[in-house]
Design a binder for this molecule. Structure first.
Ligand code: DGJ
Length: 764
């Protein structure tokens, strides 16, 4: 809801309000952002009071701009925070924008950037610097249900001179007298979404990407947690950018503890020329607030992404359980091997077979063939058509991997079109994973990419496409403009065409994992491969970080072989499943290597997941115990009447404390709870197995190896009744944990990185 009175603008969502003011000589300031207020009459009580100027300042009227909570700030008129907008023309670089008029729109204007859908209203505030001939349009989108606001800027060049944009944040949020911590997510390949929480310091903290893509180094998501805010209480703010290229989020605290947070395009190499009469547009930044702690703000983010970012046709569409052959075969497969994996996948209950890298051109390793999107029929006689036919016979859907934005130098396409790649005119272009990036700014390259994907999708019965992107950009052809910005607009053009032509294909975003995981890509592709790291302990941390801003329905999680390819850690298939179940489950290990016991275990997992898939993919997520307090980390997915709760342990130590099962978000009532009974390998007991074995078994002996392929121990099973109030309080006390002494079937034996899932259901 948007309303205006006396120079104030009120934007309200279900539980929040943001009030903008034009009272200070028509500069746009923030009067209030927080829990929903009833009317604009309250605003004078909430707005900042300024009666006299601060020392050592320059004045605009009777106050200094530096002291105002400015929603947009430019240099040169007495504001000494880092500006949110920097412009120049032949007249100079000092701009002073004042409010001139507003309009509210019900129809959201079209944009070359993805704009989250379902906004209830859009408020446009026009700010003008008549002397410089420039207008700033500040656009605010209101998403009432998810307590989220969108913000973007359009700059109109009204002058007869060329205007240059050096910086233009989509959002600036000023907050006064703060004591917060700043939460951001850093990482790299296989190690994405590491959460870092740091106290604000006087000065600036920046979170950005310069790699050409949003990047795993610093995801655009960031949060502010007010001092004292906990998992379920207190003020938390969250910000993001609906964009896939270089970005910058910054927070600056001055000596009065006043803060300005900015979200937007990176200003790295930004020098956008705007001709007279033309405009410049930024992508949409998002902000949300909750007084209900981290869980509250996480819920706002999840409902916003699911309802307004993900295309409506996929928002609540159950995702298939995929098998992907990458970790099982890498490039080294034959048709026989693929078909045998398909058969196993179908027999274990999987629903879609995804053929990963290596099916096309001369692609038998990562140095050849990328870009030659013709199926290699020597490797796969009958091509994709025959394979999709085999899948259909087994009742499986068929999916395919592509990396359309890149080529190997050893490829037919590069030989024919060396001018398609990104390169400057001076150096020889650099390779990353033996490949070059295509220059998607060029129309002919956009057409090539569109054509390649389109032809592939039409060549067989393909309902899923994993779109990979495996290197950062380098060798930008020119400085003028902004390479990343133009590239991303080119990419969005191609994606818009493809989605329009293939609306029902499930596209999965991937960039060596999460090297381009953002709200921009999610606007086109409903899910994303989260990380190449499928070790259960690492993955649990990666998922926990990503969950702060993104719902589990967009996270594709695979169970891989027991010994992690990434960190060589051995964990059980069950621990891997327990982690992967919070999201879109898949499998990626060599199914032909499974023992009969493994097959039984996987069948049980698939059955559990299918019976609770809606909860696992779309249930409301709570951190019951967050990753920082750690042992155990507890996650819940609930629909209010049922819940799946996962507990994830770090390192085992003797003398474990009492543990209990707790859960939030359940309706009042009594609940039945039960453990998903897991398989415990006989090998887990080492030489202690001899306490129960009739014959002596050597810890590393062949006999225990053979035995453990067919026989396991079952985990404890906790079950009982408990009310929702007790679940929120002390919880149901679980079976005693293994603590180095004594064992029976009631012992909760977790060991390092052990996990359990519990299912809770309201008793009728
Ligand atoms: C990187 C992806 O993250 C992997 O899952 C796999 O698809 C490989 N690329 C294939 O080259």
């Amino acid at each position: 809801m948007v309303s205006e009175s006396n120079g104030y603008f009120l934007l309200s969502t279900r539980s929040t309000s943001l009030v903008l003011s034009t009272k200070f000589s028509s500069h746009l300031t923030l009067a209030y952002y927080g829990p929903r207020i009833k009317s604009l009459e309250e605003v004078p009580s909430l707005d900042v009071k300024i009666n006299f100027p601060k020392g050592h300042s320059v004045l605009s009227s009777s106050y200094s701009l530096d002291a105002l909570p400015l929603m947009v700030s430019t240099p040169g008129r007495g504001d000494y925070f880092s500006p949110s907008v920097v412009l120049s023309s032949s007249l100079g670089s000092v701009y002073d924008f004042r409010y001139s008029r507003f309009e509210t729109l019900k129809e959201i204007p079209s944009s070359p950037f993805p704009v989250p859908h379902g906004a209830n209203e859009e408020l446009v505030l026009h700010l003008l610097d008549e002397k410089m001939g420039a207008e700033l349009e500040l656009h605010f989108l209101v998403y009432e249900e998810s307590d989220t606001l969108g913000s973007y800027i359009k700059i109109n060049n009204l002058s007869q001179r060329e205007l240059t944009i050096h910086k233009c944040a989509s959002l600036q949020l000023p907050l006064l007298n703060r004591d917060d911590t700043f939460l951001s997510l850093y990482g790299n390949w296989s190690n994405e979404f590491s959460l870092e929480e740091k106290p604000l310091v006087h000065g600036r903290i920046e979170n950005d990407s310069l790699s050409g893509a949003s990047g795993a180094r610093h995801n655009p998501l960031c949060l502010l947690r007010e001092k004292g805010a906990t998992l379920n209480d207190g003020s938390v703010y969250s910000f993001n950018l609906v964009y896939s290229g270089n970005h910058l989020e910054s927070v600056e605290l001055d000596s009065y503890d006043d803060l300005r947070l900015q979200v937007g395009l990176s200003s790295f190499m930004l020098e956008k020329k705007v001709a007279p009469g033309e405009s410049f547009l930024t992508p949409v930044a998002t902000l949300t607030y909750s007084s209900k702690g981290l869980n509250g703000v996480m819920d706002n983010n999840h409902s916003f992404v699911a309802k307004s970012v993900i295309r409506s046709s996929f928002s609540s569409k159950i995702r298939p359980l995929c098998y992907n052959n990458w970790e099982a075969t890498s490039f080294g497969f034959t048709k026989g091997k693929i078909v045998s994996l398909m058969k196993k996948a179908a027999s274990l209950g999987m629903e879609c077979f995804v053929l990963d890298d290596g099916w096309f051109g001369a692609r038998n390793d990562d140095s050849h063939g990328l870009g030659d999107w013709e199926c290699n029929e020597k490797k796969l006689p009958g091509g994709l058509k025959a394979l999709s036919g085999e899948a259909a016979k087994l009742g499986l859907k068929f999916g395919i991997w592509m990396e359309p934005e890149m080529v190997n130098d050893d490829s037919e396409v590069f030989k024919e079109h060396p001018d398609y790649i990104i390169r400057d005119n001076v150096h020889s272009p650099l390779r990353g994973r033996n490949q070059y990036s295509l220059d998607l700014r060029k129309k002919e390259v956009q057409d090539f990419v569109f054509g390649a994907v389109s032809n592939t999708l039409e060549s067989a019965d393909i309902s899923y496409l994993k779109w990979d992107y495996n290197r950062p950009m380098s060798d930008f052809p020119d400085f003028v403009g902004n390479f990343s910005y133009d590239y991303i607009l080119g990419l969005y053009k191609v994606l818009t065409r493809l989605i329009g032509k293939f609306p029902d294909v499930l596209f999965e975003n991937c960039a060596s994992g999460s090297s381009r995981f953002d709200l921009g890509m999610l606007s086109f592709f409903p899910q994303s491969w989260l990380s190449d790291d499928t070790d259960s302990y690492e993955r649990e941390r990666i998922q926990a970080g990503a969950l702060l801003g993104y719902p589990q329905s967009v996270m594709s999680n695979h169970v891989s072989a027991k010994t992690s390819n990434q960190v060589l850690r051995l964990t059980s298939l069950d621990a891997k499943f327990d982690v992967a179940a919070f999201g879109v489950l898949g499998y990626e290990l060599d199914l032909n290597d499974l023992t009969s016991l493994d097959e039984k275990i996987i069948k049980g997992q698939v059955e559990f997941y299918k019976s609770h898939r809606e909860l696992c993919q779309f249930g409301r997520i709570y951190f019951v115990q967050d990753r920082t307090s750690y042992d155990p980390y507890v996650l819940e997915a609930t629909n209010g009447k049922e819940a799946v709760v996962g507990t994830f342990k770090g390192l085992e130590k003797p003398g474990n404390k009492v543990s209990s099962l707790r859960a939030y978000g359940l309706e009042d009532g009594v609940y039945e709870y039960s453990t998903r009974v897991e398989s415990i390998s006989l090998k887990k007991f080492g030489n202690l197995v001899n306490y129960i074995s009739p014959i002596h078994l050597k810890e590393d002996g062949a006999l225990i190896d053979i035995l453990s392929r067919h026989k396991d121990m079952k985990s404890e099973e906790d079950k009982g009744l408990i009310s929702s109030s007790a679940l929120k309080g002390p919880g149901a006390v679980l079976s005693e944990e293994w603590s180095g002494l004594g064992y029976n079937e009631k012992t909760r034996l977790l060991g390092d990185f052990g996990a359990r899932l519990y299912y809770l259901k309201k008793k009728e």
